[in-house]
Design a protein. Structure first.
Length: 298
């Protein structure tokens, strides 16, 4: 792996770190298995890219993408709480609907913004190569967001949200509006995914309808890696573990795909990711948010 590939892996690791953090919020904090992520990731990219091409300020486009992702989470929570649709099925329904919505937003399968102004534009031309600039900007944004999320989860309302995921009946007995905390938690989770999609589009120069395929599995793999490697004592450390786990995961994938002796190709990425998550599921004692869901199914 050369320097450019290594920095690219860090850049992707940081972006997908937001997705790992979203998986942490939905699966770990709320105990809500959420597959909406596969739709809200391209949603954020589609909204951001379309607005940039239409002449809107890139920062405004990023904020709107963040809010659009949050709305998709609200829809999933609404289907679950209002109509009593199983949370997993509700998220699948929203994900399927978002495929058509994303096509409507872009008007075509992909939108190129490589020649448009992005949040990177003000920092370009300062003598710093793009393969350094992108990871630095991504790191600043991602770690600021991570600190805000950690602070929120340690607040009184964050504790109420954590109580909702831990034991809804007990939370309601303590006067917590569990429906409200679920709405807010799902909105925040998918808003982070929408933000990740917006960053992905601007740093790679395009938005495509297919970029969301397998996103939830990548997020799970990053979460598992973070919890296995780093200490998760304290909410701040748990949040940072999601980010660092994603970076480690992307570097490991990059090394594997660039190892000629293994014979892997870029098209094998989803296969490697699926194998990693499968191993984590079957290993005794491995921490995985899907294990609880599997036990329920049995």
């Amino acid at each position: 792996m050369n320097l450019i590939s290594f920095m690219g892996a860090i850049e992707l690791g940081l972006i997908y770190g937001l997705i790992a953090l979203a998986v942490f919020l939905s699966f770990r904090i709320l105990d809500f298995p959420d597959l909406t992520i596969d739709g809200s990731f391209p949603l954020g990219a589609a909204v951001c890219a379309t607005m940039i091409v239409s002449g809107y300020n890139p920062l405004l486009a990023t904020v709107i993408a963040f809010l659009a992702g949050g709305m998709s989470g609200v829809v999933t929570a609404f289907l679950n709480l209002r109509f009593k649709i199983l949370n997993l099925l509700a998220s699948i329904l929203t994900m399927i609907a978002l495929y058509s919505i994303n096509l409507r937003i872009m008007g075509r399968p992909n939108v190129a913004i490589i020649t448009e102004e992005t949040i990177l534009t003000p920092f370009e031309g300062q003598g710093l190569p793009g393969y350094y600039l992108k990871p630095i900007i991504a790191a600043v944004i991602v770690f600021v967001v991570a600190l805000i999320v950690a602070r929120f989860l340690n607040s009184d309302y964050g504790l109420a949200m954590r109580s909702t995921g831990a034991n809804q009946k007990m939370a309601r007995a303590q006067g917590i509006d569990t429906n409200k905390t679920t709405y807010i938690g799902m909105a925040l989770s998918n808003a982070l995914v929408g933000l990740a999609g917006a960053l992905f589009a601007q740093m790679n120069g395009f938005a495509d309808i297919t970029i969301g395929t397998g996103t939830i599995v990548i997020g799970l793999a990053a979460l598992i890696a973070g919890e296995a490697i780093f200490s998760t004592r304290g909410m701040l450390m748990a949040v940072l573990a999601c980010i660092f786990g994603s970076i480690v995961y992307r570097i490991a994938i990059g090394l594997a795909l660039n190892a000629d002796s293994i014979g892997l190709e870029p098209s094998d990425l989803n296969l490697v990711t699926a194998l990693l998550v499968t191993i984590a599921l079957v290993l005794p004692g491995a921490k995985n948010p899907l294990k609880k869901l599997m036990k329920r199914g049995n």
